[in-house]
Write a protein that binds this ligand. Structure first.
Ligand code: PNS
Length: 161
């Protein structure tokens, strides 16, 4: 069975993330979306909320699972015995960060872990969780960026600030 892990912060998941999940699920038999629970950071949505958003957004894709993880990605991959990581690449600007992470993860796994990149669909190339949060803060139209239920959650949390 070909399995892959798609890790990220997903604060919150955008239509760009969901597009990558859908496409990865067409390539791999099983895709586990792994939401980082980073105790050192204060995300807008709790890890449970981020996991639930992704579960709801991917409920119609049978070979997708959503979980959270703490600590190093490579340790999570070892526990799952899955050594393929999927990431989305939006633009050249993403490359350096992704390259660094991929080399680091490869090194930490003695070359066992491979990172596979999906280039983001052009229509999502400008999207990021942080820009979506900014739009929500000023009550902008979020309909092209996130599923409707996520837009409601964002506006409820940020829209009045
Ligand atoms: O969505 P993001 O914030 O770009 O995702 C980054 C993520 C969660 C994939 C990355 O920060 C990560 O894997 N963190 C866990 C810690 C780790 O393993 N670090 C070593 C690789 S640099």
């Amino acid at each position: 069975m070909k399995a892959a892990i798609y890790p990220g912060t997903f604060d919150p998941a955008t239509n760009g993330h969901i597009d990558i999940i859908r496409r990865a699920a067409n390539v791999f038999d099983e895709v586990t979306v792994a939401v980082l629970d980073n105790k050192a950071k204060t995300p807008l949505f709790s890890v449970d909320e981020r996991v639930n958003i992704l579960k709801e957004a991917t409920k119609n894709i049978p070979n997708v699972k959503v979980e959270s993880f703490e600590g190093l990605l490579i340790d999570y991959c070892k526990r799952k015995d899955v050594y393929v990581v999927v990431r989305g690449l939006r633009a050249v600007t993403d490359f350096e960060y992704e390259f660094q992470m991929s080399i680091m993860n490869s090194k930490l796994s003695d070359g066992k872990l491979e990172t596979i990149y999906f280039n983001t669909d052009l229509k999502y190339s400008y999207l990021s969780s942080s820009s979506v949060k900014q739009v929500a803060q000023f009550k902008g139209d979020l309909s092209d960026f996130v599923p409707d239920f996520v837009a409601d959650m964002l506006l409820e949390r940020l829209g009045d600030k």
